[in-house]
Design a protein. Structure first.
Length: 479
C-alpha cells in the first residue's frame, strides 16, 4: 500500500472508529445473530486477487459489526465489564506499525525499557512495594501459570531438568485455591503437568472468601500424607462475587510452611489506584507474586496482563533458555523478556499502557474507578429498597450480585428455589434479548445469581438506571 492510500484509508478508519463510539448505543449489545450466520455470508474460498480497501472497509459494516458483541457499549454489564480508550487505541496502532518482536533487549530496547518504567509507575499507583518487579504477559491465565511455574521451581526437585513424568521420587505437589478461584488457576496447573489432583480447593466463608483455618488444616493434612504443599493462590476480586480473600490471615500460614503466595488480583487490583480503596491489597506486600490486568479496569485495549514477582530469579530459572543465535554482548547487563516466559517473541504492549497512564494520570484513572464503584452502590441501593429483589453477596467494588425474589404464599422451600432460579434465568435472557444491555450470571449457595459489573469508561448513571428499569419490566412480564 503506497503512502497516499495508507494515509487516506487510515483517516477513513479513524473517522469510522470515532463514529462507531458515537453511535454504539444504537447497536444491540449482544450480537443478534444465529450460530453460523456470519460464516454463511463469507466466501468458502480465499480471494485469488487482491480486493480494494473500499470493499473491505464496507464489509466491516455489512458483515462484521452485526456479528459483534459490543464490549465497549456503555450498557455492557456482563462478566467483568471492560473498555478501551482513545490513547490505548493509539498505542495499539503504533505498536502494530512498529511491529517489534521484543524477545531481547537488542531487538526492542524501547519495548524492554518502557515496560520497566510503565510497570513501575503502575506499581507505585497501586501501592505495591519496590521489591515487586513487573513483566507483561497477555492474560491473567498466563501470568498466574508463570507464577505457579516459578513457585514449582522453588521446590528444588529438578523438575526443569528431569521433568515430572516417569519419576518415582516425586511426591504429589499441592496448590491451594478457594472454591471461588478462577478456573485459569486449575488450567495452569494442568498445563504445567501437575494434574488436576494437585489442586486442593478450600471452602469459603459466608462472604465467599477463602477460609484461612480450613487452608491451614488442609496443608497440615497433606504434609502428614507425604504430599508437598508449595503454592497458595489467594484472590482479590473473585469472578463470581468480587470477594477478597483474607490475605492478612493467609500470609502467616504461607510463611510458616514456606509456601509461595500468589495473588490473583486480575480484576480488582486496578482499584488499588484509588487511595481509599488501597486496603484491598492489605497483606499483599508480603506475597511472592501478584497479577493485575490493566485491560480489565484501566481502559487499556485487550490484551495486557501484568505479573509482579518478588523472585525474578526463580521465574528466570523456570524459563530462561538462550540458544547461540540469541546471545548478545549486553545480555548480562539487561533484562530480556523472553527469559521470563514461554514466549520468545513479545508484542510492544507497554506502549499502550504508558500512553493511557500519561493521558489520564493517576487522578483521572482513580476518578473513573471511583465513579464505577459509586454507580454499583447506587444500583445496590435500589435492590435493597425493593421487596422484589435481594442482594446475594457483599459489594466491595463495582460488581453487584442479586436476584428477583417476589414472594408467593404457600410455597415449599424446594418449590421456591426452583421457581426463583427459573424466574431469574428468564429475566436475564429476556433483558439481554432487548439488545439494550447485557449482563451475566453465576451460582451462589446453589442459587442462580444475576451479576451486574460496572467498568466501562462510557457508562453513566443513565445506563445503570436503564438496566434497572428493564429488569423490573421483565419481572412484571414474568409474574
Amino acid at each position: 500500500m503506497d503512502k497516499e492510500a495508507f494515509r487516506r484509508f487510515g483517516h477513513e478508519l479513524i473517522d469510522w472508529i470515532a463514529d462507531y463510539f458515537d453511535r454504539i448505543e444504537e447497536l444491540p449489545v449482544l450480537a443478534a445473530i444465529e450460530p453460523g450466520s456470519l460464516k454463511a455470508k463469507l466466501p468458502s474460498a480465499h480471494p485469488q486477487k487482491g480486493e480494494p480497501m473500499e470493499t473491505i472497509i464496507g464489509d466491516i459494516d455489512r458483515l462484521i459489526v452485526p456479528a459483534l458483541t459490543h464490549w465497549s457499549h456503555p450498557s455492557f454489564f456482563a462478566y467483568f465489564a471492560t473498555s478501551t480508550s482513545g490513547p490505548g487505541i493509539f498505542g495499539e496502532l503504533l505498536s502494530a506499525a512498529f511491529d517489534n518482536k521484543a524477545m531481547l533487549w537488542r531487538t526492542s530496547p524501547a519495548s524492554t525499557e518502557l515496560e520497566e518504567v510503565a510497570l513501575d509507575w503502575l506499581r507505585q499507583m497501586m501501592g505495591l512495594d519496590p521489591g515487586m518487579n513487573g513483566i507483561i504477559y497477555d492474560t491473567a491465565s498466563v501470568s498466574s501459570m508463570h507464577a505457579i511455574a516459578a513457585a514449582r521451581e522453588g521446590v528444588e526437585k529438578r523438575i526443569r531438568e528431569e521433568g515430572m513424568s516417569g519419576r518415582t521420587d516425586l511426591p504429589l505437589l499441592r496448590v491451594y485455591v478457594s472454591e471461588h478461584a478462577h478456573s485459569s488457576i486449575e488450567k495452569g496447573v494442568i498445563t504445567l503437568g501437575l494434574g488436576q489432583r494437585a489442586v486442593r480447593k478450600i471452602a469459603t466463608d459466608q462472604d465467599f472468601r477463602m477460609d484461612s483455618k480450613a487452608l491451614a488444616e488442609a496443608i497440615d493434612e497433606d504434609k502428614r500424607n507425604g504430599h508437598i504443599p508449595f503454592c497458595v493462590v489467594a484472590t482479590v476480586g473473585t469472578t463470581s462475587t468480587s470477594s477478597i480473600d483474607p490475605v492478612t490471615e493467609i500470609v502467616p500460614i504461607c510463611e510458616e510452611h514456606a509456601l509461595w503466595l500468589h495473588i490473583d488480583a486480575a480484576y480488582a487490583g486496578s482499584a488499588a489506584v484509588v487511595p481509599e480503596l488501597r486496603y484491598i491489597l492489605d497483606g499483599c506486600e508480603r506475597a511472592d507474586s501478584l497479577v493485575v490486568n490493566p485491560h480489565k479496569w484501566l481502559f487499556t485495549p485487550f490484551d495486557l496482563s501484568v505479573l509482579y514477582c518478588r523472585h525474578m530469579d526463580l521465574l528466570g530459572r523456570a524459563f530462561s533458555l538462550v540458544p547461540e543465535y540469541l546471545r548478545t554482548p549486553e545480555q548480562e547487563k539487561v533484562r530480556s523478556g523472553s527469559d521470563y516466559g514461554i514466549q520468545l517473541g513479545r508484542r510492544f504492549r507497554a506502549l499502550k499502557l504508558w500512553m493511557v497512564i500519561r493521558y489520564f494520570g493517576h487522578e483521572g484513572l482513580a476518578a473513573r474507578i471511583r465513579e464505577h464503584c459509586r454507580l454499583a452502590k447506587l444500583f445496590a441501593s435500589w435492590i435493597e429498597a425493593s421487596p422484589d429483589w435481594e442482594l446475594l453477596a457483599p459489594l466491595p467494588l463495582a460488581l453487584v450480585c442479586f436476584r428477583a425474589c417476589p414472594a408467593r404464599d404457600g410455597e415449599s422451600d424446594e418449590d421456591r428455589a426452583s421457581r426463583l432460579d427459573a424466574l431469574n434465568e428468564g429475566i436475564m435472557h429476556g433483558v439481554n434479548a432487548t439488545g439494550k444491555t447485557l449482563f451475566s450470571h453465576t451460582r451462589l449457595n446453589d442459587r442462580l445469581t444475576l451479576r451486574l459489573s460496572i467498568g466501562n469508561i462510557r457508562t453513566t448513571e443513565r445506563h445503570v438506571l436503564q438496566v434497572w428499569e428493564l429488569l423490573n419490566e421483565q419481572l412484571e412480564l414474568m409474574r
